[in-house]
Structures are given as structure tokens and as C-alpha cells.
Design a protein around this ligand. Sequence first.
Ligand SMILES: [Fe+2]
Ligand SMILES: [Fe+2]
Length: 609
Amino acid sequence: MKSLRKRGYATAFTSTVIALAFAVVWVCIQSAELWSSSLEVREGREAPITVRLPASYFRITMLRNEYHYLNTTSSSCPQLVPRGTKLVRGKECTGLAKAYESSRRPIRPMRLIGSFVFYLMVGLVLSAYMRRDGMGRARLVRSHLAIFSVLTLAALISKAILLFTPCPAELIPVAMVPMLAAYFLGRRLSFGVAMASALLASSLVNYDIQIFLVHLLAGFASVVAIGQRRRAGVHLKAGAVAALVAVLATLGTTLLFSGTLNIYDDISEHVDPRYSLWLAALFSGVGSGVLAWLLTPIVGSMVGEVSRGRLLDLQDLDHPLLKRLRERAPATWEHSRAMANLAEAAAQAIGANTQLVRVGAYFHDVGKSYHPEFFIENQGDGQNPHDQMTPLDSAHTIFHHVTEGTRLLRQHGVPEDVVEFALTHHGTGVLEYFWHKNLSEGNATELTERDFSYPGQKPTYRETGIVMLIDSIEAAARTVSPADKAQFELLVQRIVYTKLARGQLDESGLSLADTRSVANTVVDALVGMYHGRIKYPWQTDVTGEIATGRATPHAGLAVVAAAEDAAAEAVAPVVDAVAPAAADPVPDIAERTSEPIVAPPRNGDKDAG
Ligand SMILES: [Fe+2]
Ligand SMILES: [Fe+2]
């Protein structure tokens, strides 16, 4: 079987290339003003850029016995010489600004190399962190490029603010980077992005520790505020939280480093609000939120997220692929539609993308439109082609709906986020039924479990994880009898436990709390779908009593029985599939699915506690 092209995941090599490019760009941005003689600060003319004298520079200057100079000018010498200030000899900070500038020009190669190594390390560590701890699309090369691009954009905006305005460095909007990372790539990863952003921000102002701490705390706060659920305006809320935290962090660090705090001076001395430290901290958070909100569509397309408009297009039931599935495999289409409703409810419960799971459920089995007759839900005439096939050939025909579905979707230009549903809905597990059938027939050709493993991959984001669970649950739920809450709970628990025990959800980003919410929501939805109804008199059974109990939706489709990922589904005779399972419904389901259901630990079991 031909192997499928996987998405472009970052490797150590791609990480190194990206980090090298990132380091070069950041060195250029950091030292931008030093490459142009027109931006040089000279005595006797207006400063072409804002000069920000580092706190450490004051201390060093004092050690050089220039304390007298500082002492006489300190009251009128802020750490900052705004752009446009006339640098008159003997006035204000002319001497300091000149001394500081002369220490930086001409550019010293060793300093550039030092900066390059610093940025390279930040880039390499951040990229490795994304590859190892990121979930789903965080490990894609395109996501790496998106995050490093946004960091670079933040650097450009920050540098412009630092060079051409007199505003304090607290204003730079670097918190937008962790906000966007949290929104698109998950919260866990974003704390590392916040750390990197703060480090990089401080590097633009002589590695100022106060700037690092303020932006680190604001970045962390914005990530926490973004949360797991996607709501309209979440960036603005995160920006407000970041602003509040930045103000408090500025307050704390000012007290910590200077030992004094005079808010009145900040307001009264600097009549021009551009000089206010507190306003800068406030607008840093708000600005980050607004920028993150504005950049959301661009970053979304960079990381490969499907837009809402595109998802709406894909929900059109007249889409050629859905039409084809509906015409060639109507029972599979019914299964997909039922799944879509369940998956949407589950996604809503955990704040996942409801539109994406609906579309994913519609398209996940589109590969069955090639040879629908190999799947029991489409074997209306009772003919089962697997009866004349070897177990390996049978397995390959089942696998084809994954591989062909993936190819078909790619051929039709369906976005990769949707293609992943076809690729991942069976994970990488073994097709147990045919593997055991092969063993029972003697395994003459010495095949291995690998030959009977699905050719897909494990779900890599929450939405595909949900669809994997719902795929098995929806098919198996059709056979539960009696269709009451207790039986559905048992069924759902066992399927969820089986997937967890086999590690199929390890990379999906679904937390245990998410999984519990999904399970509870699906049980409630199933009870709603299969709730009991009183039968009409003409529906009485042979004893003449009016039967109560459920009116089975899609009654003819009950033969689908059990999970469609099942080999059993593909081979079990229809009569067998509809056999009543009232006595012990769940074991019956276990037999019908390709994956024997593993019983969850009971209260008394050793591992349970
Ligand atoms: Fe499938
Ligand atoms: Fe399916």
C-alpha cells in the first residue's frame, strides 16, 4: 500500500534553518540605527532618534568617576533623550548621550556575534519547545514560521516605538505574540512563547530586567485570559487583563529597583502623556489585544486554520464529494450525519471548533464512496465480498477508505485541517478482526500486526480526537438495547477507555477533563436521539401486547451495527448483526467492533485508586 503524504512537521533541521534566519533578522532589527550615519546622535544638532540610556550605563559611568557630572545634572537628566532634543554642549544629557553613542559606533563585530548567538539560542530553544511540547499544528513548519514572523513583526513595531517616540519601553506590544499562540496553538505552549517574547523585548532595550519582568507577567496573564474556549472578543479581554497586570508589574518593579514611587510626578512632570510610565504599561496590554485581534485572520491562514467562511462552504450538502458519498454509500452518509450532530455537541461542551468537527464528520468516510460494498452498512443485499477474500486483502480494502479518502480530499482542494479527519479517524491501531482471522487460518505467510495496522495517524488536535471517539460511539450505539442512559454510559466509557489505553488520543490535546465532558455530552445526546416512545397499536408484537421501548431511528441501518471501523462490520452476516443483545449488550458490541473493548478498572482494582 502506498504511503500517504504527511503534513509538513518541523524537524531539527528545519528548526535550525528557521532559528538561523530569525537570529539574522533580529540582529539587524536590534542594531538598525547603527547601520545609518543619518541616525547618529551628534553634539550640536537635534537627536535623530530617541536615545535610551541603560540603567547599567549610569552605574558604569559613575564608576568612571563621572559622578559629579551626573550629580549636577541628574535632576534634569532622565534616562531618555527624546528624538528632536537639541544636544547642546553642557546641557541635559548631551554628554551621556554622546558617550553612550560613541560606545556603540562604529559597530563592533563581536557585539553583533554576541547578539546573533543570543537570538539563535532563543530561536532554537523556542522551536524545540514547539516541536516537543506543542500539540497538533504547533509542530507544523508553517506554525513555526507564523510564530517567528509575528515575533519579528512585534520587533519591528517595538523598534519603531523605541527609536521614534519618547514613550517608555513598557509600551511595546509584545504580549500579542503569546496571545496569538494561545489562540491558535494552545495555552500550554504559549507560556514558553511568552517567556521568549519577554526575553526578546528586553533585548531591544539593553536587556533591561524591569522590561523583561513587566512583559513576562503581562504575557503570562494574557495567555491565562485567552483560555481554551474561543469566543468573540477574547483578544480584547486578554489585552485588558494584560494591561492591568502590566500596570501592577510596573508598580512592583519600580518599587523593587528604585525604592520609591511617585505617581504624582509621573503625571504632573510629564504633562505630555507620551512620557507616562503607567499609561505606557496600560496601552501595551490594550495595544497587544487589538493587534492580536487584527492579526487573527492572517495568522490563522499562516498556521493553516480553515476560515469560518470556508467551513460554511464545506457544509454545503451539494459539495461534489458529499453528493458522491450520498449517492454511492447512503448508509455511510447517514452515519456521517448522525456523527456530525453528536460531534458538534461534544465540541461545544469543551469549547472546540464546532464548525470544524461538523465538516470533519461529513468528510471523514468519503473514501468509502470508492467501494461501498466492502462496508456492511452498504450491503443491503446481504452479499459480503469479504467471504471470498484473504484476511490481508480484506484489511487492505478497509484501509483504502482512509488512504483513498485522504487522496480524494486533497485532489478536491479540501483544506488539510479537514483532510486530517479522514487520515486520523481510525488512528494507527490494528484491524483486530482480520488480524485474528489471519492467525486462526495459520498465518502461512508470516504476516505481522503491522500488516494489519491502519495506515493513518493519531489525531493531532482536539477536533479530530472528538471525531475519532464519536465515529466508534455512533456506530456502536445503534446496537445498544435497552437504549437507556446506563447502557449508553457503559458503552461510551468503554470506547473512551479503549482509545485512551491504546494511546490513540495521546497527541490530540484532549485533557482528561475534556474527555469526561465529551463522554457526558455524548451520552446525553444519545439518550435524546434514541429516547423511548410509545408505539402505535399496529406496532404490537406477536403476543398482542403493545410494545414499549425505543423506536429505533434508521431502523434499517441498525444492521450497520457496531463501529464502522470494524472488520466485523465488513464481514458479519446481516442476520447476526441485528441479533438482539438484550442480555448483555456491551460484550455484544465488543465482538462487533474491530477493537475489542477493554474493560475500565473497577473500584476494587489495584490501579484504580
Ligand atoms: Fe472510517
Ligand atoms: Fe465512520
